[in-house]
Write a protein that binds this ligand. Structure first.
Ligand SMILES: *Cc1c(COP(=O)(O)O)cnc(C)c1O
Length: 224
């Protein structure tokens, strides 16, 4: 079920705040996506490769599919032909595979680096040291990496009731984003996207500098 009222007011609010809404449709039916598409939504986020492939095949071709889950290198080839933005790039190995598949297809694939900001260690992503190591590699190998375009960063805050903690984590990611925007990505105009914020914490995320939120349950109801 699509919560039409919630969708309309949220999309209006986010437009004013210049924030892109990615409607997270994982585990939701194609009919639900179609209903939100009819309201004007075009950016949808999915977590599972198989599910995304099935939905992509049957839904309108102008949908911009965001892959927001943990992506295994051996599955990149299945989504590379059509994916709009891969949010969860958390290793050099994965980026190299995306580049390889992009090259085969003659496509440049947009990616976000996932950064680990939460206290839980169950979440994926680069830590600060790894990001600097990555930056060094990237700068030295930029010409080889011509089939990926790093658009920015993505992160998930702790699942916590403690607003200060969540705010602190989003703020830290914003700082990290700015540091790398001013160094490794200094000459790349397209490094412009900071994906942070979900149903429970998107307002805090936007206040701390997010310009792309990934929202599921608020729009589609709870997942089973
Ligand atoms: C499921 C998921 C979301 C959406 O979560 P909601 O709490 O339903 O808004 C956002 N980002 C990622 C990475 C997810 O896996």
């Amino acid at each position: 079920m699509v919560n039409t009222q919630a969708y309309l007011s949220l999309s209006e609010q986010l437009k004013i705040q210049n924030t892109t809404l990615v409607a997270v449709s994982k585990l939701k039916s194609a009919a639900d996506i179609q209903a939100m598409y009819a309201l004007g939504q075009r950016d949808f986020g999915e977590n599972y490769v198989q599910e995304l492939m099935e939905k992509e095949a049957e839904l309108p071709k102008d949908i911009r599919w965001h892959f927001i889950g943990h992506l295994q290198s051996n599955k990149v080839k299945y989504i590379a032909p059509f994916v709009h933005l891969i949010h969860g790039v958390d290793s050099l190995k994965l980026l190299l595979e995306i580049n390889k598949q992009g090259k085969k297809l003659g496509r440049v694939i947009d990616c976000l680096l996932q950064v680990h900001i939460a206290t839980e260690d169950t979440k994926f992503g680069f830590d600060n040291t790894e990001l600097f190591q990555f930056g060094t590699y990237y700068e030295a190998n930029r010409t080889e990496l011509s089939h990926v375009r790093i658009r920015g960063m993505m992160g998930m805050a702790s699942f916590s009731e403690d607003e200060n903690q969540v705010r602190k984590e989003f703020n830290a990611l914003k700082q990290t984003f700015e540091v790398h925007k001013g160094s490794t990505f200094l000459f790349e105009q397209s490094f412009d996207t900071l994906s942070m914020g979900m149903s429970g914490d998107y307002e805090l995320a936007i206040a701390e500098g997010s310009n792309m939120v990934r929202i599921g349950s608020l729009l589609f109801g709870r997942r089973n």
